[in-house]
Design a protein around this ligand. Structure first.
Ligand code: TUI
Length: 315
């Protein structure tokens, strides 16, 4: 069930892709998701190329199944990371936080599937024209660096304007979300926040516990003033950031406050001074589970929900 063009395109069992979360999406998580029939993703984030290369090697040892790499386009090492990913013949690339146009042709030549994350209809159409194989359409419910539009509006808006497959992201955590996304015209989903709480995820235990404790209004947006709004869980850092923003502090000062904070939370477990990036659905994540269990639960719940919807047809 739920065999879409995304399953064929990516050579995977279920149309579920793991989000490319910087520092969080390491080889261990990516391999576990791919082993479970989804598409695991290693996030390059701001890491130097050698670090990304090591993660790729590790994932290759952990799974024979296909996995992808997410290239964060604001990274200072983006060109070197692209080189490594090209050399390693990674079958799928997702990109975030920018326009990957200048890399598309080189990857198409070697058959790499290239899937940009886009926050608007205009960028989705541009990516299709440049040869992207699919687009990930990410609503503002997502964690981390976000766009303005909601998943509910963005997914059907993009789906009616492009003919390549659309993958929905932002606000999706369970089988109802998967079915909802498919109803809106998506052919797959990208899930980030729930996979933070995968057993195989190497993020610090404090980070995972903060996601588990989160309530519906805890995943807030800061840094709007910088032009790079970021959704994170409320803590000491978000309070400091909001206070600094209010003073009308210059951009450089705001940006300085954010440097190194994601690593501080994910690796060191400092969830008060660190940046605990998570989507609104953090409030709906309630346990630590193996990736395989997460994926199977999502698929079974979507199947069960289809039965529930059938009942609305009446006699
Ligand atoms: O990339 C993400 N989420 C991220 S990246 C990240 S690391 C970071 N940390 C602090 C500041 C900046 C980055 C943490 N979370 N999601 C995918 C995404 N891409 N969301 C929005 C976009 C996007 C935005 C603008 C994609 C393309 C784009 O294009 C603008 C242009 O160049 O036309």
């Amino acid at each position: 069930m739920f065999q879409t063009r995304i399953c064929q395109l990516l050579n995977i069992q279920y149309p579920i892709i793991q989000g490319g979360m910087a520092w969080v999406a390491t080889a261990e998580l990516a391999a576990a998701v791919s082993e479970a029939g989804g598409l695991g993703i290693i996030a390059a984030g701001n890491a130097p190329a050698e670090v990304v290369e090591k993660e790729i090697q590790k994932a290759k040892e952990l799974t024979e199944k296909p996995f992808g790499v997410n290239i964060m386009l604001l990274s200072p090492f983006v060109d070197e990371v692209v080189e490594v990913v090209y050399r390693e013949r990674i079958p799928v690339i997702t990109t975030g936080a920018g326009n990957p146009g200048r890399f598309i042709n080189q990857f198409k030549e070697i058959g790499t599937k290239i899937i940009p994350v886009v926050p608007s209809v205009a960028l989705a159409k541009r990516m299709e024209k440049l040869g992207a194989d699919a687009v990930i359409v990410e609503g503002t419910e997502a964690g981390g660096h976000i766009g303005e539009l909601t998943t509910m509006v963005l997914v059907p808006s993009v789906a009616r304007e492009v003919s390549i497959p659309v993958i929905a992201a932002g606000g999706i955590v369970d089988g109802k979300g998967l079915l909802g996304a498919l109803s809106l015209g998506a052919e797959g989903v990208q899930i980030g926040t729930r996979f933070i709480c995968a057993t195989e995820c190497t993020a610090h235990e404090n980070y995972k516990q903060m996601v588990l404790r989160a309530k519906d209004r805890d995943a807030i947006v800061t840094a709007r003033a910088t032009g790079h709004p970021v959704r994170t869980l409320k803590n000491k850092l978000t309070k400091e950031f909001a206070a600094l923003e209010k003073t009308g502090a210059p951009l450089e000062e705001l940006e300085k406050l954010g440097v190194g904070r994601l690593r501080l939370a994910v690796v060191d477990g400092d969830i008060e001074n660190g940046s605990v990036m998570a989507g609104q659905v953090a409030a709906m994540v309630s346990q630590i589970q193996p990736a395989k269990e997460i994926i199977e639960e999502i698929v079974h719940e979507a199947e069960a929900q289809m039965e529930v919807l059938q009942k609305y047809k009446g006699e």
